[in-house]
Ligand binder design. Structure first.
Ligand SMILES: Cc1cc2nc3c(=O)[nH]c(=O)nc-3n(C[C@H](O)[C@H](O)[C@H](O)COP(=O)(O)OP(=O)(O)OC[C@H]3O[C@@H](n4cnc5c(N)ncnc54)[C@H](O)[C@@H]3O)c2cc1C
Length: 390
């Protein structure tokens, strides 16, 4: 497993690079408003617990986000990039939180109960953000989660990037708060009923409900990414695996297929490599694992043949308006795939019940985004709700 945390020389070297910019562009770029300038300053004095507290105050999943945040937030804003390279802020954050975990960082419980009860539906990142913000304001929070574990879509991220024990640990830290009650295996669909049951407000953080599809013939022969990533061993194949999609989820599927022993993994992407919304590290991991990327290609049909699944495709090009169109006479059929995995992302819910005391947060609103954006959205919804009912 690749080392997820910085070793001591790296840790010190990254902190030394911080220019302590007074305008804190790194904090402004963080959806959760964590301030790298401040937590680095604290960690540099050797006060790891103080650094971890500064992170936790803004982000209840500080170690998780440190491990999985893309380089498009704080790192992109890092002024150090104008000199040489941006500071590896997410890795620093993860490393600080790991050290604090090893120090058994006590959870601060300085909130006073305000006597009001709220419900949070869903214990993924948006739920975490909402729960932490509501607890801070003294609300008694009941979280209803339909699965038997928390973390939501984080549980689909391969273990090599996000060990499950970290999700369990960050949840346990929240759970230490006596104002939090959790009901697992509880599927809530009628949010308004909760208001009649004594909850002053509800935050719905149920994640993106709809997986994007291709709408092509034979699509039912393909595996959806959530099914594939939930049970990768069940779909282990030593042959060829096709992954349709060019985002971070598709990268996880391709790397998972390689890890499960596929002889050859090929990603099919409608646009160019440079258009793929993946980080430099993700791009590198595709190269390191010998994953092929077939760009400017659109799937047309999937069929079952004697030697496996066949994927029919057509080449694409940008027209004068910059829109993608098919290139005439470029249809081909590629056969012999053990699996075709669809990793096209997901979209938010429509027609959600509207009530001023029911707020929606995270991927249920925005479709598949990132853990830190979902968490920040949960925090914001909690603050809006608190302002209405406090
Ligand atoms: C394969 C994959 C890789 C990813 N990689 C990254 C990454 O590297 N970095 C990153 O930042 N983000 C990544 N993401 C995205 C990130 O995981 C999501 O953006 C984030 O989890 C969304 O949080 P959420 O709380 O809005 O929804 P979810 O995480 O989907 O959580 C929703 C929760 O609500 C529960 N729920 C749903 N309906 C109900 C109901 N009716 N009653 C009770 N509970 C319910 C669900 O069981 C779930 O636990 C990845 C996503 C996937 C799928």
């Amino acid at each position: 497993m690749k080392n997820l945390y910085l070793n001591m020389p790296q840790f010190k070297a990254e902190m030394e690079k911080c220019l302590q910019c007074p305008s804190k562009p790194c904090q402004k770029a963080c959806p959760a408003q964590v301030s790298p300038k401040d937590f680095i300053a604290a960690a540099k004095t050797g006060d790891i617990n103080q650094a971890a507290e500064l992170i936790t105050e803004q982000n209840a999943m500080g170690e998780i986000c440190g491990l999985v945040c893309p380089d498009s937030f704080c790192m992109r804003a890092c002024v150090r990039a104008q000199i040489d390279f941006p500071i590896r802020i997410p890795a620093l954050q993860a490393s600080i939180m790991q050290k604090a975990r090893q120090n058994n960082l006590p959870t601060k419980q300085n909130n006073v109960a305000n006597g009001k009860k709220v419900a949070v539906i869903g214990a993924g990142p948006a739920g975490f953000g909402a729960i932490a913000a509501l607890l801070k304001k003294g609300f008694a929070v009941t979280v209803f989660e339909k699965e038997n574990v928390c973390g939501g879509a984080l549980n689909l991220i391969p273990e090599a990037r996000l060990p499950r024990e970290i999700i369990a640990y960050e949840w346990q830290r929240l759970k230490q708060n006596p104002l939090l009650k959790a009901e697992f295996k509880t599927n809530i669909t009628e949010y308004e009923k909760l208001l009649q049951q004594g909850f002053a407000g509800v935050v719905v953080a149920t994640g993106a409900p709809h997986l994007r599809t291709l709408g092509i013939e034979g699509e039912n022969l393909a595996l959806a990414y959530d099914e594939y990533l939930t049970k990768p061993q069940q779909y282990a194949a030593d042959g060829h695996v096709a992954v349709v999609g060019g985002g971070a989820v598709a990268v996880d599927c391709a790397l998972t297929a390689a890890k499960q022993g596929a002889k050859h993994v090929e990603m099919f992407v409608r646009r160019r490599i440079g258009d793929m919304r993946i980080t430099a590290a993700e791009r590198q991991s595709l190269l390191d694992n010998g994953i092929d990327i077939t760009t400017m290609t659109r799937p047309l049909k999937i069929e079952k043949h004697d030697n496996g699944l066949a994927l029919y495709t057509v080449k694409t090009e940008f027209n004068a308006d910059g829109r993608l169109q098919d290139v005439e006479n470029t249809q081909t059929c590629r056969g012999g795939f053990a699996h075709v995995v669809l990793a096209l992302g997901s979209t938010g819910a429509e027609n959600m019940p509207q009530n001023p005391l029911i707020l929606y947060a995270g991927d249920v609103v925005s479709g598949g985004t990132t853990a830190v954006q979902a968490l920040a959205s949960g925090k914001k919804a909690a603050e809006e709700l608190a302002a209405k009912i406090a």
